[in-house]
Design a protein around this ligand. Structure first.
Ligand code: GSH
Length: 192
């Protein structure tokens, strides 16, 4: 199997970290999705033009969530419960809004402007981080499973890119500190 992605994407990182945690073998192919040649590879494999995607023989699978389901079936992991699916959706929604805001910032928009689009994203990020913080406080991420991996990748990417102030989310910061030295995190730390 080959996983295509980048060294900074939190969605790609979840799967790289999962592979280390669960001893799953795949080759990792690092793409610069904004460089011409790598973009051609991206578009050919995945018309949505987003990373990650997984290639397993003839089968191409895109989207980290679907790749996780594909690996779960292939490797006989127990499926996520509905509550776990909801938690993954929460993590994804904050992550997606932060990706949108980052792309806007790189397009020279002032994302602190009082505009509907920016307000909606910022409100979602704050609201969702607060729910995730409460869940972390209750110990819901004590088992270092795919959800905890995904949360770690989100929090670490927020810190890496300095995307939002996390100081009010002390349980998320404690969770991050507790897992920073795990091999699956040190070996996949984002690099520009
Ligand atoms: N739902 C997708 C989201 C993937 C995603 O947003 N990837 C970002 C990198 S972190 C990307 O490829 N963005 C390119 C773009 O938005 O044009 C997943 O879970 O794989």
């Amino acid at each position: 199997m080959q996983l295509y992605g980048s060294l900074t994407s939190p969605y790609v990182r979840r799967l790289r970290a999962l592979a280390i945690e669960q001893n799953i073998q795949f080759d990792f192919l690092n793409l610069n999705i904004f460089a011409e040649q790598d973009r051609e590879t991206l578009v050919k494999l995945n018309p949505t033009r987003k990373i990650p995607m997984l290639v397993d023989g003839e089968q191409v699978v895109f989207d980290s969530n679907v790749i996780y389901r594909y690996l779960s079936q292939k490797l006989d992991f127990s499926p996520l419960s509905w509550d776990q699916e909801n938690t993954l959706t929460l993590i994804n929604s904050a992550n997606d809004s932060l990706v949108e805001l980052l792309i806007c910032k790189r397009s020279d928009f002032d994302t602190n402007d009082d505009k509907l689009f920016f307000n909606l994203q910022r409100d979602r990020v704050q609201g969702v981080l607060s729910v995730l913080n409460d869940a972390a406080e209750k110990g819901e991420f004590n088992d270092y499973n795919y959800l905890a991996i995904s949360l770690y990748c989100l929090v670490d990417w927020i810190i890496f890119r300095d995307l939002t102030d996390l100081s009010a989310f002390t349980a998320l910061l404690d969770f991050h500190a507790a897992h920073q030295q795990r091999t699956s995190n040190t070996e996949t730390a984002p690099k520009d």
